[in-house]
Design a protein around this ligand. Structure first.
Ligand SMILES: [Zn+2]
Ligand SMILES: [Zn+2]
Length: 328
């Protein structure tokens, strides 16, 4: 079995499926063409490839790519699942803490986020494995919310649908917009702190919840419980963000921010209460720049009626100054 022409290394924390798409572009072909060549009679992009491959398909890919099966497997989400929820069967429809893509043929409904600034700064733009995780809502490097939709046409982020001529994974396959030009709001510091804490638990295999030392699985179980349920907060939460009854795996970053902030306060042992989710903190935390939420036009109008945008913006900027959080 001969390998493909140009060897493409998996970059640090690179997400498996997007590495495969990047490898296709490097060979000068569409991702769909490459997978058809690798695995004839299997429509690879209709499934969530980041859940891992069967042993025979993995062996084929290893032989063709020149990389080891272990390296390829490490780029999937399986190792994360083993650590966070070891009791989960791989065939299970939803994996805890993994954003659900949902798919119709090759099209996705969501499930992948990105930091446009990180992509801009990358020498070779690539998608991180952590951008598939429900507890990742922002970029700790840039302090901004992750984007899960194209800034121009609002289509989900779908780098696997790029075409050979695009030359980069950053081009929105639906409208051609460069994702690196997508604006994102400043992320909530509490939600980001939760994200960092969760990452540490994943690395060390243990963490502190309230005052108790617990293992990784228990910690994430508690986190899921505390991030679920009704949002405790003032009404401003509801006017700024589309609150849904969807599971965490299906929520957009702007809603998960509220959930993770709630979990963070429980994890830290801080008292609950309306005052903790007061108006100013809420506005700062969630970002008041309406287009950054990716709301549809009707929702934006609804927002504008609910609160004058200038008022919200003013409060937001004042609070950002007080918190010493930068903003674009
Ligand atoms: Zn970033
Ligand atoms: Zn687009």
């Amino acid at each position: 079995m001969h390998s493909w022409a140009i060897r493409v290394a998996v970059l640090p924390d690179e997400l498996f499926s997007t590495w495969l798409a990047r490898a296709a572009l490097a060979q000068g072909c569409d991702p769909m063409y490459l997978t058809g060549w690798l695995w004839p009679r299997w429509r690879a992009w209709t499934v969530d490839l980041d859940r891992g491959l069967s042993p025979d398909r993995l062996a084929t890919l290893a032989a063709r790519s020149g990389l080891t099966a272990a390296r390829l497997e490490a780029a999937t989400l399986r190792p994360l699942l083993t650590a966070v929820a070891p009791g989960t069967r791989p065939q299970q429809a939803v994996w805890p803490w993994v954003l659900s893509q949902g798919s119709r043929n090759r099209r996705r409904y969501g499930g992948l986020q990105c930091c446009p600034s990180c992509l801009s700064e990358d020498q070779t733009p690539y998608f991180r494995r952590t951008w598939r995780l429900a507890w990742h809502i922002g970029c700790t490097r840039h302090g901004t919310l992750l984007a899960d939709h194209c800034g121009r046409c609002q289509a989900p982020v779908e780098p696997h649908r790029v075409r050979a001529g695009d030359g980069t994974l950053c081009r929105c396959p639906s409208c051609g917009h460069d994702l690196r030009g997508t604006n994102t709001a400043t992320a909530c510091t509490d939600a980001l702190a939760f994200q960092v804490a969760a990452d540490e638990v994943l690395v060390t295999g243990q963490g502190i919840w309230s005052t108790a030392k617990v293992d990784c699985e228990t910690w994430f179980g508690l986190a899921a419980k505390h991030a679920g349920g009704r949002i405790r907060g003032q009404r401003e939460d509801a006017t700024l963000v589309c609150l849904t009854k969807l599971s965490l795996n299906l929520q957009r970053p702007s809603e998960r921010v509220l959930r993770l902030r709630m979990a963070y306060r429980d994890m830290s042992g801080e008292p609950r209460g309306e005052m903790l989710h007061g108006q100013r903190r809420t506005i700062a935390s969630c970002g008041a720049v309406v287009p950054d939420f990716g709301l549809q036009h009707g929702q934006q109008r609804q927002f504008a009626r609910a609160r004058p945008q200038a008022t919200v913006q003013g409060e937001w900027v004042r609070l950002l100054r007080r918190m010493r959080v930068g903003h674009p």
